[in-house]
Design a protein around this ligand. Structure first.
Ligand code: ADP
Ligand code: MG
Length: 256
């Protein structure tokens, strides 16, 4: 056994994301309490929990849209989350985020939505950015819509564009915060399919979702949150069949 191996004989590679002792307050309200999560490269982490349990806050903290209180730390690929400035912009580029509301730029074409980041933040030429964007739009099945405006696309198509836009920055990790919960039911699967493909390709992902089929198929790990704490850190199969805590049992009885 070499020194990189742990006691169980598994190889210990450096985690891509290390979240240690993270707390987050909004005034007197504690939204996150002592969050500790280490996410290896390529892992797909599903996050579930009741409304208000801190799932979005956790995603936003990983992306540094929220500051960390009380001395917790988050490192991404060995680099601590920077406070501001250029380093923060670079970090944000490495952490792709897809929200419930697609958040596309309404007055830009689909193509421009995908090229803007690489051109402005990464200094990619317009030609190269467009070439890459067309490949990504093709990959998510909306290349033929490239010249349209967001409002001309369905919700499912817009969300797939949002995924392409995040991928255009060549992120090391993708965060998805309830990416299908604002969609009409018939459009949910087309977005989950794109996410399943990404997972298969080895993308490291944190996905807040209550889509159990997706969680079991694509998820390697599941975190159950309640009251700003991680109460269970397990596998999707284990969680959905044998939840440990009464909070989880209660939660599942409401969503299943
Ligand atoms: P979830 O995504 O699990 O539904 P959130 O992370 O959005 O939960 O919110 C967790 C708690 O933090 C909620 O009680 C919410 O009201 C509170 N919260 C979130 N953002 C803010 C904010 N900017 N100011 C005050 N309270 C907030
Ligand atoms: Mg939320």
């Amino acid at each position: 056994m070499n020194e990189r191996d742990d006691a169980s004989g598994h190889q210990k590679a450096q985690a891509l994301v290390e979240i240690k002792g993270v707390n987050k307050h909004f005034g007197d309200f504690q939204a996150l309490t002592d969050i500790n999560v280490s996410i290896p490269r390529g892992q797909v982490v599903i996050v579930v929990g009741p409304s208000g349990s801190g799932k979005s806050t956790l995603c936003r903290t990983i992306n540094r849209l929220e500051t960390i209180d009380d001395g917790g730390t988050i490192t991404i690929d060995g680099t601590a989350l920077p406070e501001e400035g250029k380093a923060l912009a670079k970090l944000r580029a490495e952490v792709g985020m897809v929200f419930q509301s697609f958040n596309l730029f309404a007055h830009k074409t689909i193509l421009e939505n995908v090229t803007l980041g690489p051109i402005r933040v990464k200094g990619v030429s317009k030609k190269d950015a467009e070439e890459q964007a067309m490949k990504l739009l093709d990959r998510v099945g909306v290349a033929h819509q490239a010249k349209k405006m967001p409002a001309q696309l369905s919700g499912g198509q817009q969300q797939r564009v949002a995924i392409a836009r995040a991928l255009a920055m060549k992120p090391k990790i993708m965060l998805f915060d309830e990416p299908t919960s604002a969609l009409d039911p018939e459009m949910v699967q087309e977005v989950l399919d794109v996410m399943t493909d990404l997972a298969k390709e080895g993308m490291t992902m944190v996905v807040v979702t209550h889509e159990m089929g997706f969680a079991r198929k694509a998820g390697d790990r599941l975190l159950f949150m309640a009251d700003g704490k991680i109460l269970e850190d397990t596998t999707p199969d284990q969680f959905f069949t044998e939840p440990e805590t009464s909070r989880a049992k209660d939660f599942l009885s409401k969503i299943l």
